[in-house]
Ligand binder design. Structure first.
Ligand code: SAM
Length: 371
């Protein structure tokens, strides 16, 4: 396919996804108002986006798709990644999204945020994690939740979840230049809170030979990630169930560490703990990249959308996250050269671990005294 045709095909697919997301949200909101009226929270019912806000969102969506395309043209990753959509899963699980909705609405309306089926094992998990994030049935803890997650995120972001995830790829590739003497197959990259593996899938598309690793607290999401990632040829990413606050890896092990859409779901101290752990496991000269929601001040014109998000979805730590100083947290852990980017509704923090780490910084990040 010629470049023009490929770009056109990509824009058409994305347009389709965007309409799908918009129509789904419009129909479900109408239905919610009809079925749940008058019991449903007035705030949830009446939240409306102004025409100006919708136009801003549409403009920013077009911009991120253009950036996505430009990164393909620059050779950062292959065009095939733009068309890597799990269609089979989408068609299979879309009816389940609707079937799950009445129960989800009831829970949301009754403000029941920590409700799990009796057979769901929650023991040993951090209490902040045992939540119905986004009002999801059984939170992150069942196979059904894992099967619906990617579809739900695609609907929420009108098909731009992967274009947002892919914005980590250019800084990741640039960061790995520091290890240009290392064989591609010896490069080790960790994705923290890998979920169903979408970010690892995108990284695999760019780095077909690298050793990839993923860690997440949810066994169900890791099972899903394993299923999706094993569709690729070549070495399987190594997936481990574990807490990002206590990464089960040696220090100075990875050439780069990434984390996508995790930090807004963590309480403040956990955010710092995860950053400290990323600092510990990344090699000197290595890069840590965070992708998460925009914060207050990043894009003032999108402030109403940021307000809407935690009002509509159960996101207990989002309000604190909105104003948290992540740059200060990264520097506190020992990272230097922290740079920031903003694309569509996400922001990116790209942090370097200094080549020579001062002893007191190692002490701070690991909690272990060294002489
Ligand atoms: C919003 S999802 C993001 C998943 C994935 N990174 C993506 O891009 O779709 C948040 C993920 O973080 C995981 N998670 C939350 N707290 C965690 C923690 N303390 N340690 C490890 N994983 C955690 C959840 O299980 C879930 O998979």
């Amino acid at each position: 396919m010629s470049d023009t045709l490929t770009k056109l095909a990509y824009q058409t697919v994305q347009q389709g996804k965007s309409y799908f997301g918009l129509v789904h949200k419009a129909v479900s909101t109408q239905l919610l108002n009809f079925v749940a009226s008058p019991a449903i929270d007035e705030k949830t019912k009446t939240t409306k986006f102004s025409l100006e806000l919708i136009q801003t969102i549409q403009r920013r969506m077009s911009e991120i798709l253009e950036t996505d395309w430009q990164d393909v043209e620059r050779g950062v990753y292959p065009a095939s990644l733009l068309f890597d959509n799990p269609w089979e899963d989408f068609f299979r699980y879309y009816p389940v999204v609707w079937l799950d909705m009445p129960e989800l609405w009831q829970r949301a309306n009754a403000k029941r945020y920590q409700e799990f089926d009796a057979e769901v094992e929650t023991e040993g998990l951090p209490s902040y994690y045992v939540q119905n994030f986004h009002h999801q049935t059984n939170g992150y803890l069942t196979d059904t939740s894992a099967n619906l997650y990617d579809l739900q995120v695609e609907i929420l972001f009108n098909g731009t979840a992967d274009p947002m995830r892919r914005r980590i790829l250019a800084p990741l590739k640039a960061g790995l230049q520091a290890f240009s003497e290392v064989l591609p197959s010896q490069i080790k990259v960790l994705d923290v809170a890998c979920g169903t593996g979408r970010t690892l899938r995108n990284i695999r598309g760019m780095l077909p030979k690298a050793s990839l690793y993923g860690v997440d607290l949810s066994a169900a999401y890791l099972r899903k990630a394993n299923q999706l990632l094993s569709q690729f040829e070549g070495t399987l990413p190594q997936l481990v169930q574990g807490n990002a606050e206590e990464l089960p890896y040696l220090e100075n092990y990875f050439h780069a560490v990434t984390s996508v859409f995790l930090f807004h779901e963590l309480p403040p101290q956990a955010r710092q703990n995860v950053i400290n752990e990323a600092f510990r496991v990344v090699k000197p000269g290595g890069t840590f990249i965070i992708c998460d929601s925009i914060q207050v001040g990043d894009l003032p014109e999108l402030a109403p959308a940021m307000e809407w998000f935690p009002e509509t979805f159960h996101e207990p730590y989002y309000r604190h996250y909105m104003t948290d100083d992540l740059v200060a947290r990264l520097k506190n852990a020992g990272f230097d050269q922290v740079s920031e980017q903003v694309h569509f509704m996400s922001k990116y923090l790209i942090a370097k671990k200094p080549v020579a780490v001062a002893p007191e910084v190692t002490k701070m990040a690991t909690g272990i005294a060294i002489d």
